[in-house]
Write a protein that binds this ligand. Structure first.
Ligand code: HMG
Ligand code: MG
Length: 323
């Protein structure tokens, strides 16, 4: 399969980055039809086999809020302990990888209890930078969300878990419009200070542009957050995700969220479309000589397989070009 020509940038860039794959969670949470357990497990297994170091697998949210991921317990049980022969998908029999490489979304203590019961080691809480989205996505006010997250993070840390914190609507909100940088920094810092090891800055509806990305990253730096603790999470609604990723790379970011085949969106933010496609990100990074550890061919094959299961072509430009 064709690979990008490696031509290093004259500007200083990180030599190696971590791609945080969100396809099974952010991608599949938004599918109209519910993907079966066997396909989900196979998807995660293939992504790990393609060299993705972290695969966000599912969400321990209320099953009525996100019915697409209501099988979170069964999926994680099988992925961590192995699907016993005859009781689960034969192709995924046997344990896949350690629990730290398979984070799950957890909004509250109830979700944490479910994760602890399974011995999971890595969770992600997800806050909102705006009042309206906190209400729509979490059924909480902006302030109430912290009261929900605080004991969740505390107990997760006591149990030895890694905790990531997302902050959504960092670049614009469908109901409130522009979101001031100061507001995003204040909410993001508050979420991080609960005890997270990483803060992922979400452009939930994909409206951000490259200058805005640099401005926001700079503002977090001024507020005392090291760039090593920041990740970026771009949706591609306005076709800006790859340019925004490059801007973040130039600013020193080394963790990039992406979704295989460009799947994704948020069911509680109508204007959100798919995430930055992992293949498009990998093509750019490998072209720049930045290491990811990802096998592009295995990844493209996985996204084509998933597109077949979903019955529509992948929106990823690289998947299409290599088809
Ligand atoms: P609520 O209705 O306010 O919940 O929902 P509650 O605390 O009032 O509890 C009501 C009932 O739900 C109780 O049961 C709880 O036990 C149960 P009852 O006593 O009535 O029988 N319950 C649960 N059950 C299972 N698992 C749980 C759970 N929590 C409560 N975790 C809640 C509040 C947060 C639960 C709800 O709003 C929710 O689940 N929201 C999730 C929405 C979501 O998943 N959105 C998509 C992910 S975010 C995203 O995509 C953005 C991101 O990608 C970044 C970006 O792009 O910006 C991360
Ligand atoms: Mg998202």
């Amino acid at each position: 399969m064709r690979q990008p020509q490696r031509v290093e940038s004259p500007t200083q860039l990180p030599q190696q980055v971590t791609i945080w794959e969100v396809g099974p969670r952010d991608g599949l949470q938004n599918e109209k039809s519910i993907v079966d357990l066997e396909t989900k497990a196979e998807f995660v297994r293939r992504l790990l086999a393609a060299g993705l170091p972290i695969v966000e697998a599912t969400s321990f949210v209320h099953p009525k809020w996100v019915p697409q991921l209501a099988d979170a317990k069964e999926l994680m049980e099988g992925l961590i302990n192995g699907f016993g022969t005859g009781t689960g998908p034969s192709s995924t029999t046997g344990p896949t990888r350690g629990a730290r490489e398979l984070p799950v979304l957890v909004p509250n203590e109830r979700g944490l209890d479910r994760a602890l019961e399974l011995g999971l080691k890595h969770i992600a809480i997800f806050g909102s930078a705006t009042e309206t989205f906190a209400n729509k996505n979490l059924n909480r006010s902006l302030d109430e969300q912290f009261a929900m997250f605080e004991p969740t993070v505390l107990r997760a840390r006591e149990a030895g878990m890694d905790v990531r914190a997302y902050v959504s609507m960092c670049f614009g909100d469908p109901w409130e419009g522009d979101v001031p940088v100061d507001q995003v920094v204040s909410v993001g810092k508050r979420l991080f200070d609960l005890g997270a090891s990483q803060l992922s800055l979400g452009d939930t509806i994909g409206v951000g542009t490259a200058g805005h990305v640099k401005r926001l990253l700079g503002a977090f730096g001024e507020a005392g957050l090291a760039v090593e603790n920041l990740a970026v999470h771009f949706h591609d609604t306005y076709g800006q995700a790859l340019a925004n990723a490059y801007a973040a790379l130039e600013a020193g970011v080394t963790t990039f969220d992406a979704s295989a085949g460009g799947l994704g969106g948020c069911p509680y933010a109508e204007s959100a479309t798919g995430n930055l496609a992992t293949e498009d990100l990998v093509w750019m990074l490998h072209g720049l000589g930045v290491e990811t550890g990802v096998d592009l061919e295995a990844l493209v094959t996985t996204s084509r397989w998933m597109a077949g299961k979903l019955g529509r072509p992948s929106p990823s430009r690289v998947v299409t070009a290599l088809g």
